[in-house]
Design a protein around this ligand. Structure first.
Ligand code: A3P
Length: 296
């Protein structure tokens, strides 16, 4: 009994075997047809892997660490979310992109095979951020509780199963991280890890800066590290998603800026769940060796 065109928990609809929110699936042909400029930069992630954090770092790097410029609008307006479609919690990516001139920074959660081909044809720079499966799952679980535009997470035990089967928005975490990993050298993708960013944020900010062919002063880099710390971003209304109405993102259920830590999975998985998950993980990740860390 929703009003037509309003937000609700959209069911997932498969696009080429990947479950996506209904509005994305419905408008898939225009998303697939999107053609970026060669100067556009793509930030790609599985949901909850550290997208917003990376977006903030990149925006600050591109604006010489100017905090005020980077507060010109909420993250989702500064950096369009390519595939998001109305009605959705944030403005339609394609609409926003039409109103912005390149070079643009663009966010996507699409697995590599669903990224519009223009990004590869134009040799756009692509930053991929990956987070260890267990923490990624925990973060997604809490996000699905608070985000009223995604399917209900259901009980924790069942959520683990859904994650393992890839029955969540944007599909299988396993396929996602492997897809970009296998192509990272051939397609010049900067492949980052959430855990590395937590361990040594300055090192990772410098890594991103070099990939973007920028060279900022040491004090500017220090400032960017400070401005993109969890604490500062949590209190920054232009980075913490509090601009979204409570009917869509209910931060009283779980804040978007929730904990920002490595290893919170151990507060959620029982030993039996952890063992079951690890056994399945070994099978799903058998053909690849991505150096994920579940603690730092
Ligand atoms: P938690 O739910 O574990 O706290 P995304 O931006 O891809 O949706 O990812 C959100 C996750 O990144 C959340 O994880 C959020 O708290 C965390 N995060 C956001 N900004 C961060 C920062 N500056 N430092 C550490 N973690 C951050």
């Amino acid at each position: 009994n929703r009003a037509s065109g309003s937000i609700y928990r959209f069911p997932l609809v498969e696009v080429h075997g990947v479950p996506l929110m209904t509005p994305i699936a419905q408008d898939w042909s225009s998303i697939w047809a999107f053609s970026p400029d060669a100067s556009d930069l793509l930030i790609a992630t599985y949901p909850k892997a550290g997208t917003t954090w990376t977006q903030e770092i990149v925006d600050l790097l591109l604006h010489d660490g100017d905090a005020e410029v980077c507060k010109r609008a909420p993250t989702a307006i500064r950096i369009p979310f390519l595939e998001i479609q109305s009605p959705a919690p944030i403005p339609s990516g394609l609409d926003l992109l039409k109103s912005m001139k390149p070079p643009r920074v663009i966010k996507t959660h699409l697995p590599i095979q669903l990224v519009p081909e223009g990004f590869w044809e134009n040799k756009c720079k692509v930053i991929y951020v990956a987070r260890n499966a267990k923490d990624n799952l925990v973060s997604y679980y809490h996000f699905d509780r608070m985000n009223q535009s995604q399917p209900e997470p259901g009980p924790w035990e069942e959520y683990i199963q859904k994650f393992m089967k890839g029955n969540l928005g944007w599909g299988s975490w396993y396929d996602h991280v492997k897809g970009y990993w296998k192509e990272r050298e051939k397609r010049n993708i900067l492949y980052l890890f959430f855990e590395d960013m937590k361990e040594d944020p300055r090192r990772e900010v410098v890594r991103i800066m070099r990939y973007l062919d920028l060279s900022l002063a040491d004090n500017v880099i220090d400032k960017i590290v400070q401005l993109t710390s969890f604490k500062v971003m949590k209190d920054n209304p232009m980075a913490n998603y509090t601009f979204i109405p409570k009917a869509v993102f209910d931060h009283s259920i779980s804040a978007f800026m929730r904990k920002g830590e490595v290893g919170d999975w151990s507060n959620h998985f029982t030993p039996a769940q952890s063992q079951m998950f690890d056994e399945d993980y070994a099978k799903q990740m058998a053909n690849v060796d991505i150096p994920f860390r579940t603690s730092i």
